[in-house]
Design a protein around this ligand. Structure first.
Ligand SMILES: [Zn+2]
Length: 276
């Protein structure tokens, strides 16, 4: 397990031992640990608590992670009513750590896009999210004096947001942030030898890997989640190029990036997890 994962584990254990509730300091500390590890000092500002009705988010323009701590806590899945106190606490803290790390991984991915690495992952991230978002923002920012333009752009933004919401399960940047953040929690559970937590988090991880594929399959759509997502944004050509680029990647990497897989996804994923 990596050093930063160990720091997160220690933080969670300290809170549980001291019988402390999840608070702002806990989230601040997670942010501090991951920012140091991933070199995100220029990409993440201090956590900003919000009273709004959303849960937690990262803004690539302001570089602020903001959220409503009450909603974050309300959002913790409580599927194990039979858990003992320690396991329940472990589940609660792990979930809050996971959703904070998820947002931090958006910052990490944004950094990759800015420094313009040439790898396939950065290409996918740039095509799927950051480029259109930033382009829209700059356009809007530079034209505040013309209300009619502003109105038109707001409409475009609104349409884009609705599309984003409907495609959330296929969005490469959401899938990658989910998969990588849950991997941190799986590693922590392994180190703790907490079978219940490990089992649950591994199930969630598999779900993050497979959900988009299964949704497409259920609707008889044959292309990959990433290609499907890009096509919805009129980027069919880019989707095909990315598929070619990732043709020879190992199975698990193709799955993580949402590329086409020939194998029966769930079976092969299970085999790969066992082999790990
Ligand atoms: Zn996200």
């Amino acid at each position: 397990m990596s050093n930063y994962q160990y720091c997160i584990l220690k933080l969670i254990i300290d809170y549980i031992r001291q019988n402390k509730a999840i608070d702002l300091k806990f989230i601040d500390k997670i942010i501090e640990i991951v920012v140091n590890e991933k070199g995100l000092h220029d990409y993440v500002k201090k956590f900003q608590p919000y009273q709004d009705d959303f849960v937690i988010s990262y803004n690539v323009i302001t570089k602020i992670i903001s959220g409503n701590i009450e909603n974050i806590i309300k959002d913790i899945p409580q599927e194990f009513f039979y858990l003992n106190y320690d396991d329940r606490m472990l589940n609660n803290f792990s979930h809050v750590a996971w959703c904070t790390i998820h947002e931090l991984y958006h910052a990490r991915d944004y950094k990759k896009c800015i420094i313009n690495q040439k790898d396939i992952e950065t290409k996918i991230l740039r095509e799927s999210y950051y480029k259109p978002l930033i382009k829209n923002y700059i356009f809007l920012r530079d034209r505040p004096r013309f209300p009619f333009v502003r109105k038109r752009i707001c409409k475009i933004q609104e349409n884009r947001y609705q599309l984003y919401k409907s495609l959330w399960h296929f969005a490469p940047f959401e899938r990658i942030a989910n998969i990588d953040a849950i991997q941190d929690i799986v590693s922590i559970a392994e180190e703790l030898r907490s079978y219940i937590l490990w089992n649950y988090m591994t199930c969630r991880q598999q779900n993050f890997y497979l959900n988009a594929y299964n949704l497409l399959k259920a609707n008889n759509i044959t292309c990959s989640p990433t290609k499907f997502y890009l096509e919805k944004y009129d980027k069919k050509r880019q989707g095909e190029f990315i598929e070619k680029m990732g043709k020879n990647l190992p199975f698990i990497d193709r799955l993580r990036l949402g590329l086409e897989i020939k194998e029966t996804a769930s079976e092969t994923l299970l085999l790969n997890l066992i082999k790990k």
